[in-house]
Design a protein around this ligand. Structure first.
Ligand SMILES: O=C(O)CCC(=O)C(=O)O
Ligand SMILES: [Fe+2]
Length: 335
C-alpha cells in the first residue's frame, strides 16, 4: 500500500476554494491521516488488529501469509477459464462496459469488467472458488470484522473483477447510498453497523481500487459532493495497492471508485458475506445481483464434509433472506 498524494479537485465550488488553506494542508500527509494498515503474521492478534483498522479507516489490507490455504495457482487457472468463457459470451453472468451497477446486459461485445457468480454450479471451477470463499480462516476474519458469530454468517456474493479491453473507470460512489443522498441520509446509513464484510482477493497485483479513508463514518464534504463524478484526485484519496494473494477488506459504503488499466492483467476475486443481524438491510445490495435465483437450487456436492456443512448453513440464510425480502429492485438500474 502506498500513499498517493492528493493534487486537489478541479471542480471545487467557490465556497470550497475559499477554504484553500485547509485544502493545501491536506496535500502534505498530516498526523491526523489514517495510517495505511497492512496486517501480517507479526501481529499478536491479527483478527483484532484487522477489526480496529477497518473500523478506523474503512478498509484494511491483509497479507497473503495469513491465508496459507489459498491456492493461487488453482484459482488463477479457474479464473482464466471462466473469464475466457465470459469474454466469448458462453458464460452469461457478466459486468459489461460502460455500466457501473446491476443489472448488466448479457452482451459482451463492448467488453466486460467483471465475471459474476463464481460459485454457480455450472461454473466448472466453482469448487476451487468455493474453497476460498468458505475458507475457515477467511470466515474467522469475516465474523470478527462484522462483529458476529460464525453461526450468523450469510452467503452473499462471489464475483471477479477483470481487466477491461479498453481503459474504464467507475465514478465515485458508495455501494448502497445514492449520490443524491443528503448528508443526513448518508449519516443515517453510515451510523448503522456495516452488517457485511466485502473483500478483494488479488490473483495478480492490483491497483484499481481508489478510496478515501474515513468516509465510511462521515457524510461527504462540499468538495466531495460537488466534484466531478470521475474526479481523478480528491483530497485524502489513496490507491489500494495489492500484491497477488493479498486481501483488502473494505466497508462498501466508503467513498470509492475503480480505475482500470486495459493493459494490465486483473483477476481479483470480489466477495461479500453478511450476517443474520442485518435483517433486510443488505437484501437489495445482494439480491439485485440475481444470486437468489440459483442459490436456492444449489447443493454442495463435491465439498469436503466440514466445508459442506458451513456452506449449506450460509446458503440457507441467503435463501431465507430472499424469501422474507421479496422483490428488492435495483440500487441504480440505469447507471
Ligand atoms: O474494482 C474495484 O475494486 C471496485 C469495484 C466497485 O466499486 C463496485 O463493484 O462497486
Ligand atoms: Fe463499489
Amino acid at each position: 500500500m502506498d500513499f498517493q498524494p492528493d493534487r486537489g479537485g478541479k471542480k471545487e465550488s467557490a465556497k470550497a476554494t475559499m477554504r484553500l488553506p485547509i485544502a493545501v494542508a491536506v496535500d502534505t500527509p498530516a498526523a491526523s491521516e489514517p495510517s495505511i494498515s497492512n496486517i501480517d503474521t507479526s501481529s499478536n492478534n491479527p483478527y483484532k488488529a484487522a477489526r480496529e483498522a477497518l473500523d478506523r479507516d474503512g478498509f484494511v489490507v491483509l497479507s497473503a501469509s495469513l491465508f496459507p490455504s489459498f491456492d493461487l495457482e488453482a484459482l488463477r487457472a479457474a479464473a482464466s477459464h471462466i473469464t475466457k468463457e465470459a469474454r466469448s459470451g458462453t458464460w452469461p453472468y457478466i459486468r459489461t462496459l460502460p455500466k457501473q451497477f446491476p443489472p448488466w446486459p448479457q452482451d459482451p461485445s463492448h467488453g466486460i469488467w467483471g465475471v459474476q457468480h463464481l460459485l454457480h454450479p455450472l461454473n466448472t471451477g466453482h469448487l476451487v472458488f468455493a474453497k476460498s470463499y468458505f475458507d475457515k480462516e477467511l470466515l474467522k476474519y469475516v465474523a470478527e470484522l462484522i462483529g458476529c458469530d460464525e453461526g450468523d454468517l450469510t452467503m452473499e456474493l462471489y464475483n471477479m473483477l477483470v481487466r477491461p479491453d479498453e481503459d474504464f473507470s467507475l465514478r465515485w460512489h458508495r455501494d448502497d447510498i445514492t449520490a443524491s443522498a443528503t448528508p443526513e441520509e448518508e449519516l443515517e446509513r453510515l451510523n448503522k453497523p456495516a452488517y457485511h464484510a466485502q473483500w478483494n482477493l488479488a490473483l495478480y497485483d492490483d491497483a484499481s481500487l481508489v478510496l478515501i479513508p474515513g468516509t465510511h463514518k462521515r457524510a461527504r464534504t462540499d468538495s466531495e459532493r460537488n466534484a466531478d463524478p470521475y474526479e481523478a484526485h480528491l483530497p485524502g484519496q489513496i490507491t489500494v495497492k495489492l500484491k497477488a494473494g493479498e486481501v483488502a477488506f473494505y466497508n462498501n459504503n466508503i467513498l470509492h471508485r475503480g480505475v482500470y488499466d486495459s493493459k494490465k492483467e486483473r483477476m481479483t476475486l470480489h466477495g461479500s458475506i453478511g450476517t443474520t443481524l442485518a435483517g433486510e438491510e443488505r437484501a437489495r445490495n445482494v439480491l439485485q445481483h440475481g444470486v437468489g435465483e440459483w442459490a436456492k437450487e444449489w447443493d454442495v456436492d463435491g465439498f469436503e464434509p466440514e466445508m459442506a456443512e458451513r456452506a449449506k448453513r450460509m446458503r440457507e440464510r441467503l435463501v431465507e433472506l430472499g424469501k422474507t425480502s421479496g422483490d428488492v429492485g435495483f440500487f441504480s438500474k440505469d447507471e
